[in-house]
Design a protein around this ligand. Structure first.
Ligand code: ADP
Length: 175
């Protein structure tokens, strides 16, 4: 029997976007099991708590068909990525590429991971071109300024952002 291919898709997902979701769906075409690993690294300035980032991803993939849903696990991790992958019996890392600008960072990261563990392979998937301009960073910025991000994030993320935006506005207008 062929052993099942387990892959890790690591990232900040701060918050999950339709670009990330596209990569998740594409990964499921090539692996048997996907662990979406939400980095819980205090050194990075995340806007949302790791538990919130995890639950927004869970809520989103919950609308997938059962046969896809059963292939996905979402959890946070704070180890070195290659150690984390090993602990999950995985040697496949999935990363997404948008533009050339992603290349250098991804290239360096892949190289570093390879020096730590030569058996780890990173697979790059290209998102659909309609998602090439989506990044968590811009989502946060546009949303903060009251712009429309409904075409860039999944519904659970949109609902969540709207909710906190309303709360923030109430606080600003408070006495
Ligand atoms: P990190 O902080 O690890 O870069 P991100 O959440 O920003 O975490 O991204 C996780 C992965 O998803 C990265 O490989 C990134 O290039 C990829 N990614 C993010 N947005 C998109 C997008 N719109 N299209 C394709 N890949 C994307």
């Amino acid at each position: 029997m062929m052993s099942s291919r387990v892959a890790i898709y690591p990232g900040s997902f701060d918050p999950l976007t339709l670009g990330h979701l596209d990569i998740i769906e594409r990964s499921l075409h090539v692996v048997d099991e996907l662990i979406v690993a939400v980095s819980n690294n205090d050194k990075k300035n995340h806007m949302f708590d790791a538990d919130i980032r995890v639950s927004l991803i869970k809520d989103t993939v919950d609308s997938f068909d059962d046969n896809l849903k059963k292939k996905i696990t979402v959890e946070k991790f704070d180890h070195l990525l290659v150690d984390y992958a090993k602990s999950k019996n995985s040697n496949i890392i999935i990363r997404g590429l948008r533009a050339v600008s992603d290349f250098e960072y991804e290239f360096l990261m892949t190289g570093m991971n390879r020096t730590i563990d030569k058996d780890i392979e990173t697979i790059f998937l290209m998102s659909s071109e309609k998602y090439h301009f989506i990044s968590s960073r811009f989502i946060k910025e546009i949303h903060r300024l009251g712009g429309d991000i409904s075409k860039s994030v999944p519904k659970p993320v949109l609902d969540f952002l709207k909710k906190i935006w309303n709360v923030q506005n109430l606080l600003y207008e408070g006495p």
